[in-house]
Design a binder for this molecule. Structure first.
Ligand code: ADP
Length: 397
């Protein structure tokens, strides 16, 4: 296969006309730095944010033009309001805070792969080589926010650790990181050897989160290619050491950004968290189809806030009509991992940074999470699936 060069990409982009059909986007200086990795070409086109919707056609034209080159498997183009000089690369994670004055404001998420022309090989859907030292990476995802995905990710990680495994947590929710709060972690990671970050530690877990590096407001506006770049750094430029499992807390939802992440991270499998309500279940189905698209096995569904246990009398009531996720899992032929009750202690401990698994070993939650962790681990350990894939690992500069 021919190696695509930046020059090839630029000459294709020179055929794409600018926003008002005057000049081409290269001559007008609207194209950012171009990244090429394993046949995937990523760049941004700078536009006026007010015209983002109207210029979607331009984005697609740029995507198509580059997709026609031999050797291109996938094209990711974002419209951005960033200055071209800053490019689509995120500032390095360690300096993100300092550089927040020049942050990119990408208007639309990166587009999906252009369908390849007939003779070209099918696009490689999963990207990103293995992460040295990490045996398995699993994603915890949800169709929407507020279903308890992050709380579940933390407690599942602790339950896996309770099985004697070495476990880390990567908070991939760069829009709204919650690991600092859920694990009571403050402070900035140190660097090792000038570049790689040393993860923080809580309850024996190694933890990395954008929340350690930037303030909440900055994290919220990271978009498109910046998000991908930031995630790559949080995953790959971290001294994780040897881990049996890295649990990735995905951003809520099943949009383009989540899909891109699922492709960028070499996942052994994914767990979907849902509440019993119908709406959340519909979203969970979207989550399932997202992981299927990128060929990541779904290890099962967890129903959170499944039923309510009265704190004073211990009585169980099914306020949201429990059981929907189990039913849905059966229908979709997926493992059902378990039901986690809605419980005030769970909320209080979670929000105080003292997760229930670590601080109340005798609770019903602990038993439930241990069972779920067992089901998850059996699947990934037994399947022979591994985060390890053959080198070479290509490093973006
Ligand atoms: P998400 O990651 O889906 O946005 P979070 O994990 O941040 O959700 O949880 C949202 C809120 O719900 C938090 O206040 C959390 O403490 C609470 N919560 C999550 N699961 C439970 C549960 N089983 N019982 C009670 N509160 C819960």
């Amino acid at each position: 296969m021919t190696d695509v060069t930046k020059e090839d990409v630029l000459s294709q982009l020179a055929k794409v006309r600018g926003p008002d059909l005057e000049g081409n986007i290269v001559a007008m200086g609207l194209v950012s730095e171009i990244m090429i990795r394993e046949g995937t070409v990523t760049f941004a086109v700078m536009i006026d944010p007010a015209r983002a919707e109207e210029l979607e056609g331009l984005r697609q034209a740029a995507e198509r033009a580059v997709g026609q080159l031999d050797g291109v498997k996938r094209v990711i183009v974002a419209l951005t309001a960033d200055t071209v000089a800053a490019g689509p690369r995120a500032p390095t994670a360690a300096t993100a805070s300092a550089q927040s004055g020049t942050r990119a404001r990408t208007i639309s998420p990166p587009g999906q792969a252009s369908p390849p022309a007939a003779p070209r090989p099918a696009p490689a859907l999963r990207q990103g080589g293995p992460v040295p030292g990490i045996r398995h990476i699993i994603a915890v995802a949800s169709g929407k926010g507020g279903v308890g995905k992050s709380t579940t990710a933390v407690n599942l990680a602790l339950a896996l650790q309770a099985q004697g495994l070495k476990v880390g947590v990567l908070d991939a929710d760069v829009y709204g990181p919650s690991m600092p709060r859920l694990l009571g972690l403050k402070g900035k990671p140190q660097t090792a050897g000038g570049r790689n970050l040393i993860p923080l530690e809580a309850y024996g877990l190694k933890v990395m989160s954008m929340g350690f590096l930037v303030d909440e407001e900055t994290a919220m506006i990271w978009r498109g290619p910046m998000v991908m770049s930031a995630l790559t750094q949080l995953l790959r430029e971290v001294v994780w050491g040897e881990l049996d499992v890295l649990v990735v807390d995905m951003p809520p939802g099943t949009g383009d950004a989540q899909l891109t992440m699922a492709q960028q991270v070499p996942l052994s499998g994914a767990v979907i968290v849902s509440t019993p309500q119908d709406l959340a279940l519909i979203d969970a189905r979207k989550g399932l189809s997202m992981f299927r698209k990128v060929d990541v096995p779904v290890l099962g569904i967890i129903e959170n806030m499944s039923y309510f246990i009265c704190p004073s009398c211990g009585e169980r009531s099914e306020i949201f009509g429990h059981g929907g996720a189990r039913h849905e899992a059966e229908r979709l032929d997926l493992p059902f991992l378990g039901e986690v009750p809605l419980d005030i202690a769970m909320r209080e401990r979670s929000d105080a940074g003292t997760p229930i698994l670590a601080t109340d070993p005798g609770s019903i939650h602990t038993r439930i999470f241990l069972e779920m962790a067992d089901k998850v681990w059996r699947q990934i350990a037994g399947s022979g699936a591994s985060a390890q894939r053959p080198p070479p690992r290509i490093v973006l500069e």
